[in-house]
Design a protein around this ligand. Structure first.
Ligand SMILES: NC(=O)c1ccc[n+]([C@@H]2O[C@H](COP(=O)([O-])OP(=O)(O)OC[C@H]3O[C@@H](n4cnc5c(N)ncnc54)[C@H](OP(=O)(O)O)[C@@H]3O)[C@@H](O)[C@H]2O)c1
Length: 251
């Protein structure tokens, strides 16, 4: 048996869920710069998805857009086939789409928990399973959150769903080996929530060990590294200025 050597991204194809805006769009741009074709999944951001695909197409890669509501079980179930029909082969799946809403122990209800679990945990799991059944080999990245090691009491339903995705990453890495690698990237302080912007990051910068914040490019670098790394699976890279080191469950 030969040693596993790093994988070239050039000429491969990635499906990125929630790829039209923010971190998903940055990952799509980073992959395109590495020569990877991209299928940009969107739910509501069709104009952004089409515009991004147009831009990336002009940069020399192929780019497609595909719509699916990840809260809808039938649409989740059909997404891999729908994307594969456009581009013939998918090499990478980036489970990036997510819902991020406030909820606490006092306010959370069953509907909210189910919504978060469906979009943030169930859809990535089913997409990974379907991807592994349709394609002979590939790599998957799940987007987690630095707080999976602690507790986010203001986003309880979201937090529980990301914890589920954290465990799913390790389960999938075990179940889908050796043909599929499954890794995760856990950001924190790389992009403020919609409407809050950089002020949000600046205000929190002194709460992390590295006393600062970053931009999406650090997340993109981690995604590219994990996709290339043929001998890494079941791993999580925290892009968070050391936030996860706080270690306290309530931190
Ligand atoms: N931003 C950060 O600093 C940060 C920190 C920790 C973790 N993360 C994680 O990193 C990833 C990207 O972060 P982000 O802030 O860029 O994400 P985001 O803007 O909150 O959401 C990304 C996309 O998810 C899609 N989405 C939401 N509900 C959906 C549904 N029902 N069906 C299909 N798609 C749906 C949306 O697509 P449409 O717009 O097309 O509807 C949205 O644009 C997420 O998994 C997030 O949890 C980010």
């Amino acid at each position: 048996m030969e040693p596993l050597t790093n994988i070239s991204l050039t000429g491969k194809t990635a499906l990125i869920t929630g790829g039209a805006r923010r971190l998903g769009a940055a990952i799509a741009q980073g992959l395109a710069q590495a020569g990877t074709n991209v299928v940009i999944h969107f739910n509501q951001s069709e104009a952004d998805a089409v515009s991004l695909a147009d831009t990336l197409g002009k940069q020399g890669v192929q780019a497609w857009t595909v719509q699916a509501d990840l809260q809808n079980e039938a649409e989740v179930g059909g997404l891999i086939d729908k994307a594969a029909a456009m581009c013939a082969s998918i090499d990478f799946l980036i489970n990036n789409a997510s819902v991020f809403e406030e909820s606490s122990l006092d306010t959370v209800d069953e509907m909210q928990l189910l919504k978060n679990m469906k979009i943030n945990a169930w859809a990535p799991l089913i997409l990974a399973r379907n991807f592994s059944q349709v394609m002979p080999a590939g790599a998957i990245i799940n987007m987690l959150d630095t707080k999976v090691l602690g507790y986010d009491r203001e986003h309880l339903a979201y937090h529980l769903s990301k914890r589920c995705l954290n465990d799913s990453t390790k389960i999938l890495a075990t179940e889908l080996a050796p043909d599929f690698r499954v890794n995760a990237v856990a950001p924190g302080l790389v992009l403020g929530p919609s409407g809050k912007g950089e002020t949000y990051l600046k205000d929190l910068a002194d709460t992390v060990p590295l006393q600062g914040y970053s931009g999406p490019e650090a997340v993109v670098e981690a995604v590219l590294f994990l996709l290339r790394s043929a001998f890494i699976t079941g791993q999580t890279i925290y892009i968070d200025g050391g936030r996860h080191l706080h270690g306290s469950f309530y931190g």
